[in-house]
Write a protein that binds this ligand. Structure first.
Ligand code: MRU
Length: 363
């Protein structure tokens, strides 16, 4: 039996190595928990592939990786077509995954850098893009710390908390969103018991969330996704805490497939259901969740999980990677600007500002 890989220092899902001539290093999440493998991405195509294949995943981390991917594209850009090549790279990276809006948010920031100034030479553009990518990364780290502090107030000594998918340091610049709240509460000395859904089909809960909690010695019990109702019935769970990939202006929230079912169960059992997400995950141009594009992935992720066939050859499988939880099932959303509760267009706009142009619209 292989021991889970262990770090003696903080781990980063995404990190830039070197100066403007440097490269992006990602922690390959498809290899966790058994192996710690870093991959160096030196081209925009390698970043696209890393996002598509979930080597880097989680809404904020995808956005950060894409921003650094634009820097890699700029390294190859030559005068005088440099800015156009960079904009094309933004278009290309935007096709890597459709649901997490942080990807489009980050790419739009990179596009604005290209549009903002008339650059005398390509080196100026490259430096400005690297500065922006670093800013996106650093701002996400700061937002996660604030979300954690705010969200930890909802966590009380002795609580059982159910979470889904992975929302920790692996999904963000550092620390995490929903899992960040849990880390913070544990650091405050609160005794908590976490239940982690395994999160079929790609098992981010089993492989990544359990691993992150074990790294921090926080008590965690892994369950299959279909066991949540029993736990709730047995009163072992007092709070459900999840992340988000895109939140519409009314609070409808797209997150990993299975989240909606958990929200229904939480309501049926009278349990609070909170979402934790940075402001970069809101898409206020969408009035509600109906417009959120849902990624459909290869059915073989279901029929042949981890390369092992479990269904008959030719079996038909449906594999949406996300679902949308209606706002009325969500108790509140924990953001870096405070907790939004109850969820209405008005309470959300109060905290985040008024609706703006679609994050995809600038492409
Ligand atoms: O397909 P994934 O692994 O990228 O899905 C990730 C999730 O659904 C997370 O819950 C979400 O991105 C929030 S990460 C802080």
């Amino acid at each position: 039996m292989t021991e889970p890989a262990r770090f003696s220092q903080p781990y980063y899902a995404v990190a830039w190595h070197g100066d403007i001539n440097g490269h992006l290093r990602i922690l390959d999440q498809t290899r966790l928990p058994s192996e710690i493998v870093y991959r160096d991405c030196k081209t925009v195509e390698e970043v696209w592939q890393a996002i598509r294949s979930l080597q880097v995943r989680g809404a904020p981390a995808i956005g950060i990786a894409a921003a650094y991917g634009v820097v890699l594209a700029a390294q190859q850009a030559t005068q005088p077509g440099g800015p156009d090549a960079v904009l094309k790279a933004c278009d290309y990276l935007a096709t890597s995954r459709p649901t997490a809006v942080n990807l489009f948010w980050a790419l739009n920031r990179m596009r604005q850098v290209v549009g903002r100034v008339h650059y005398g030479n390509v080196r100026d553009l490259q430096n400005a893009l690297l500065r922006e990518a670093h800013a996106i990364r650093d701002e996400d780290a700061a937002m996660c710390r604030r979300i954690a502090r705010v969200g930890a107030q909802l966590i009380h000594d002795g609580m059982g908390i159910l979470t889904h998918c992975n929302t920790g340091a692996l999904a963000t610049a550092e620390y995490g969103t929903a899992l960040g709240c849990i880390f913070f509460a544990a650091e405050e000395g609160k005794r908590i018991q976490i239940y982690a859904d395994e999160t079929r089909p790609l098992l981010q809960g089993a492989r990544l969330t359990v691993w992150e909690l074990m790294q921090r010695h926080i008590p965690v019990t892994l369950i299959c996704d279909n066991m949540a109702a029993v736990l709730m019935r047995q009163k072992r769970v007092q709070l459900v805490l999840v992340g988000a990939d895109r939140i519409a202006a009314n609070g409808d929230t797209a997150n990993k497939i299975g989240t909606y079912g958990l929200a229904v169960l939480a309501r049926a059992h009278g349990i609070s259901f909170y979402v934790a997400a940075p402001s970069s995950t809101f898409d206020l141009a969408l009035p509600d969740g109906k417009g959120i594009p849902i990624e459909e992935r290869d059915p073989r992720e279901i029929t042949e999980p981890l390369g092992c066939r479990i269904a008959p050859e030719g079996a038909v499988a449906f594999n949406p990677a996300f679902d949308v939880t209606p706002a009325e099932l969500i108790t509140g959303i924990i953001t870096e600007r405070g907790i939004i509760k109850p969820l209405t267009h008005a309470t959300i706009a109060n905290v985040l500002g008024s609706p703006r142009k679609s994050k995809e619209a600038d492409q």
